[in-house]
Design a protein around this ligand. Structure first.
Ligand code: CA
Length: 333
């Protein structure tokens, strides 16, 4: 049974030691330019006394930057004297992807958020997933995973949790989302939840909170500010860091069904007809896809299947059939 094999990853930090430790998850990776080489995934452990454990990650997808910006910063600045418990910070979870600036790993094309529960004898990405599944997630009481849209999507800035069968767990997650205090707070559904880190954490009974804070393969001043303040708010809310939550107004959003999502059915040049955050009526044209192979051809229209607000859109100027073109969410009062 491969699942009984120990992880090949060796941490250079001691999760049970008090104080601040900056180290690595060292994953052996033999290759052309380094026969006995390793992937060195940065990790920081900040522990002070007894209390809950938070596991904080960015760079699950390598081209999303608010999380890594907030978490490298937190690792550098968080004073252990203000901590009651343990904060484990992995700012760039799929580190090879993060270093390449790509969503998936350049080593094995692994998408971290489709690789759970992972394998100790699998690809590099599967080995990282397996280490989180069997070593890090079991230590955590609350799990916070930063996302943004990456190079191909752009979102209104929101913190999110999933609707869950366990309503007590769901409520804890939504309470943490409220504490994060992003401009928007989302009750999220997934297109395809199999293999996700989210699902792995939730199935273990962990409070799991995520974000989508922008996108386009970069970050913005506003979204980085939201990320830095929000993660500290979640740690305060969990009782792990001293101080009061800095609450601000948030607009709750719901994704009531798969009708939220619109997918392109043609290749072409995309024209956004609605900007992020703007209201849309059912049937409204969200985007037009212009064929570019010849002149004189009318664009294809992508229409909203429900009324609400534009929460996400395809980012690059060119679109391919099958791309997620738009996401509509419903404002909840
Ligand atoms: Ca993502």
């Amino acid at each position: 049974m491969s699942s009984l094999r120990p992880s090949p990853i060796a941490p250079t930090v001691d999760f049970d030691r008090d104080g601040v430790q900056h180290g690595f998850l060292r994953l052996p990776y033999s290759r052309d330019d380094s026969a006995w080489g390793s992937v060195m995934i940065p990790i920081c452990v900040i522990r002070h006394g007894n209390g809950p454990t938070a596991l904080l990650t960015g760079g699950n997808h390598g081209d999303e930057y608010e999380g890594p910006l907030a978490l490298y910063d937190l690792a550098r600045k968080l004073d252990p004297k203000t901590v009651s418990g343990t904060v484990i910070i992995v700012p760039a979870m799929n580190y090879p992807a993060f270093r390449a600036g790509t969503r998936t790993s350049p080593i094995d094309k692994g998408n971290m958020n489709r690789s759970f529960p992972g394998r100790p004898d699998g690809t590099v990405t599967e080995k990282i997933a397996d280490y989180f599944q069997r070593e890090l997630l079991p230590r955590a009481d609350i799990v916070f995973d930063f996302h943004s849209g990456g190079k191909t999507l752009d979102f209104v800035p929101f913190c999110a949790a999933h609707t869950l069968p366990d309503k007590a767990l769901e409520q804890k997650a939504f309470d943490a989302v409220a504490a994060f205090s992003a401009p928007f707070s989302m009750r999220m559904i997934e297109i395809d939840a199999v293999g996700m880190y989210d699902t792995a954490a939730e199935e273990m009974g962990k409070v799991f909170v995520s974000t989508e804070l922008g996108g386009g393969g970069t970050s913005r001043a506003q979204t980085v500010r939201i990320a830095r303040r929000g993660v500290l708010n979640v740690l305060r809310h969990a009782g792990i860091v001293d101080g009061a939550v800095e609450k601000s107004q948030t607009q709750w959003l719901d994704m009531p069904s798969g009708d939220c999502f619109s997918f392109a059915e043609d290749d072409g040049m995309v024209e956004t007809m609605v900007d992020l955050g703007e209201p849309v009526e059912k049937g409204a044209v969200l985007a037009r896809i212009h064929p570019v192979g010849r002149t004189g051809v009318a664009p294809q229209e992508i229409r909203a299947k429900m009324s609400g607000m534009l929460a996400a859109r395809h980012f690059p100027g060119l679109v391919k059939a099958g791309d997620c073109a738009a996401v509509v969410a419903v404002r909840v009062d």
